[in-house]
Design a protein around this ligand. Structure first.
Ligand SMILES: [Zn+2]
Length: 423
């Protein structure tokens, strides 16, 4: 196998020479031996080295010393360029595999080494390459041929005719099998898709999956769900908002700064719940170990009843706490960003003066643009930190009186939402 990737549809594509096979969300192969040349316009038709879904309807493929960007909406390749021109710091040639870990990072494998690419910063993380050996428990230390992550509990890596199943939660290989009999974990649709593109029905199915995986717990009395005899959730009414108790996603507490004693996070649109679970992984993908998101309200707000806050579709992120290489930290948007001296460069937090705040707030902002509403039409590329759009922060663009007011009103939080401002 040469290259594999999972697309937002949930289908996984496995490329082998001039043909590919497709595995659907039920985990079974429903097409095999299909011609690459006839179905991937403009892509190398006889072989690719690696492929990865990026976001915003774009995938990248690598071959020898070049890469191509594939536009999934137009269903054709945009261009071909040398790897060194688009992926600075990677080997100039010989990429074996690229895997989107769905937390703002892409892992790229070449021989016995791997690199980590930061999606919102669009650059390689420092301190790479590293050796596969010792970092990827149970993977082949000499390298992989291909790898892909469909967004559930497991990623899959292939070498020769063997597939190893990698548990992303416990960080280890948990199974091995023959490629000829490959069957994937059955998953709900939407784990790879941006959260803003989900329907409420899809988000409800994802919420059932994530809750049954232990990623969060519902307050049953306030949530329209049905459980089986084993306690697993069987169904969730997609037309109703849900309540978490405790107010936590993954290992991250959702601390309401206005009502810190609250044990619940209520009136959550299922799409915002899916976004919060993903955010808990994005903010923990770097050096920081984030244990709390401090917010100014999720599921509640002022103004009209159809406002995205009142409908449970918006987050006002006011701060983050946790530890950074063993030292506890709290960074608040107001004190550490909004009240800092303004600059003309866009993002006023100086990375030299406050590396933690710079890293975390840039990551949270990047999450907002990649997963929530970005700019009108959600057009590529996503906004820079001070650009106009639906993710609003202390450095929001100040080009009009209306935007200047938005900037002032958001000097203590980053606003992000799924769906329109007024639903
Ligand atoms: Zn807001």
């Amino acid at each position: 196998m040469d290259a594999c990737l999972t697309l937002p549809s949930g289908n996984s594509y496995l490329f082998d020479g001039a043909s590919y096979g497709r595995w659907n969300v039920d985990g079974v192969c429903d097409a095999s031996g299909v011609s690459v040349a006839e179905n991937w316009r403009g892509l190398w038709g006889d072989r690719v080295d690696a492929g990865v879904y990026w976001g915003f309807g774009k995938a990248y493929f690598f071959r020898d010393g070049e890469f191509t960007r594939y536009d999934l909406d137009r269903d054709e390749a945009d261009y071909v360029r040398p790897i060194a021109e688009g992926w600075q710091g990677l080997p100039a040639s010989g990429i074996d595999a690229a895997v989107n870990w769905l937390n703002g990072k892409i892992y790229i494998f070449s021989g016995p080494n791997y690199w980590r690419w930061d999606i919102p910063l669009d650059r390689l993380d420092p301190d790479y390459p590293r050796a596969i050996a010792g970092a990827w428990n149970g993977l082949w230390p000499e390298g992989v041929d291909a790898g892909f992550y469909p967004g559930g509990r497991h990623a899959y890596f292939i070498r020769g005719q063997v597939v190893r199943t990698y548990d992303v939660l416990t960080d280890q290989v948990v199974a091995e099998g023959a490629l000829a009999h490959l069957r994937l974990e059955a998953l709900p649709v939407g784990l790879v898709a941006p959260t803003r593109g989900l329907s409420r029905e899809q988000a409800a199915q994802l919420a059932i999956y994530l809750a049954n995986e232990g990623r969060f717990s519902f307050k049953d009395a306030w949530t329209a769900l049905r459980r089986g005899p084993d306690g697993k959730i069987l169904s969730l009414d997609p037309t109703r908002n849900v309540t978490l108790e405790p107010a936590r996603v993954g290992a991250v507490d959702l601390v309401n700064v206005i009502a810190p004693a609250s044990t619940v996070c209520d009136n959550l649109d299922p799409r915002m719940l899916v976004a919060l679970e993903k955010l808990s992984r994005w903010i923990n993908a770097g050096t920081a170990n984030v244990s709390a998101i401090r917010h100014l309200g999720i599921g509640h707000g002022q103004g009209a009843s159809n406002d995205c806050h009142n409908q449970g579709r918006a987050l006002d992120l006011a701060g983050l706490s946790g530890d950074w290489e063993g030292t506890a930290f709290t960074r608040m948007v107001k004190a550490d960003w909004g009240l800092q001296p303004e600059t003309t460069s866009g993002f006023r937090i100086d990375p030299a003066a406050d590396p933690i705040g710079h890293d975390l707030f840039r990551r949270a902002y990047g999450f907002g643009t990649y997963e929530c509403e970005c700019r009108t039409g959600n057009a590529w590329p996503p906004t820079e930190i001070g650009d106009g759009g639906f993710v609003i922060c202390p450095d929001y663009v100040a080009d009009t009186p209306a935007n200047q007011k938005l900037r002032r009103d958001h000097n203590d939080h980053i606003h992000m939402q799924v769906g329109p401002t007024h639903g």
